[in-house]
Design a protein around this ligand. Structure first.
Ligand SMILES: Nc1ncnc2c1ncn2[C@@H]1O[C@H](COP(=O)(O)OP(=O)(O)O)[C@@H](O)[C@H]1O
Ligand SMILES: [Mg+2]
Length: 297
């Protein structure tokens, strides 16, 4: 009998691949003498497929933002490699080709803070296109209109200044500014921090819509497991600079293998009924993430 099973699918490159990435910040003592280092990110490896939504969770200080900034080329890694669409990237953004900078973007915790208060929103949205493309004004206008409507705002908003918008509207413009360059991958760093609960839900729904409409691949950094649970196919759990567990979100949440993941889940408030994780005890801190002789928290 001939084998009737179909050909195995062709292996495609993951869109983003991270290998043994580390970032160690020096700790300086008296007279600037180096007394040790903080292993903010320590030997992290993972990959992200095109169209995937990967959550990165962990407590404050676990290295999430440092990881995101290295991917975005804002911080130089101490070690390791980042491969994007099959090409190994120079670590620093300034050395990355323009096209890559547009396609792989880190969106700051408070993306609205990157808006210049002296500029109208129109000017803030034109600026990245002027820097990254040679599009004529009409084409830029058309793109900006498209994105502004995709984030649920009207063209009339474009003549306003940032201070004339509500917090939620500022986030939308922050998102628009990231998306206007048609990125393939966006790293959203705590996109809902500091927002009212109702506005948080709107911003998250918006990100999900963009994911569907533009096939946007994203990494969502959050200390909030509820947010990641509702937004991400896969989740990576960070503790002290390391990824301690990674897998499909529903599997990791239903049956966490690492004690740290269990303790994170145990801290989630549940409405109604006892928490499944009530009986869990916080694990003792396994090892220090510090390479030197001083702790820095
Ligand atoms: N520029 C920096 N210089 C020195 N230490 C830093 C710097 N940025 C972050 N750190 C340290 O690295 C660790 C991880 O920080 P961060 O990536 O911001 O964590 P998270 O985003 O998970 O809260 C923390 O201990 C923090 O104090
Ligand atoms: Mg952070």
């Amino acid at each position: 009998m001939p084998d009737a099973s179909p050909e195995p699918p062709l292996r495609t490159h993951p869109l983003l691949e991270v290998e043994h990435l580390s970032c160690h910040f020096p700790i300086r003592g008296l007279f600037g003498r180096r007394t040790g280092s903080v292993r903010a990110v320590d030997d992290v490896s993972f990959s992200v497929a095109s169209g995937e939504a990967l959550g990165i969770v962990g407590e404050t200080g676990s290295g999430k933002s440092t990881l995101g900034k290295m991917l975005g080329g804002i911080i130089d890694p101490t070690e390791g490699a980042i491969t994007f669409a099959g090409e190994r990237l120079p670590s620093l953004r300034a050395r990355r080709p323009f096209a890559v900078r547009a396609r792989l973007q880190y969106a700051y915790q408070d993306s609205a803070a990157s808006l210049d208060p002296r500029w109208t929103l129109r000017r803030s949205l034109h600026e990245p296109l002027i820097i990254h493309t040679n599009w004529p004004r009409e084409r830029r206008d058309a793109k900006i209109s498209e994105i502004v409507s995709a984030v649920g705002l009207a063209d009339e908003h474009l003549d306003l200044y940032p201070y004339e918008l509500s917090g939620g509207q500022q986030r939308r413009i922050g998102l628009a500014r990231t998306l206007v360059l048609e990125p393939q991958v966006v790293i959203f760093d705590e996109p809902t921090s500091g927002l009212d609960v109702s506005v948080q839900a709107t911003v998250l729904a918006l990100v999900r819509d963009l994911h569907r409409t533009f096939k946007l691949t994203y990494l969502l950094i959050s200390h909030d497991l509820n947010v990641v649970g509702s937004m991400c196919d896969r989740v990576a759990v960070m503790q002290k600079g390391r990824i301690v567990e990674v897998g499909p979100t529903n599997e990791v949440f239903a049956a966490p293998r690492h004690p740290y993941t269990r303790s994170l889940l145990a801290s989630l408030p549940r409405i109604g009924g006892p928490r499944v994780t009530d009986r869990l005890v916080l694990p003792k801190e396994p090892t220090s993430s510090l390479g030197g002789d001083k702790r820095r928290d």
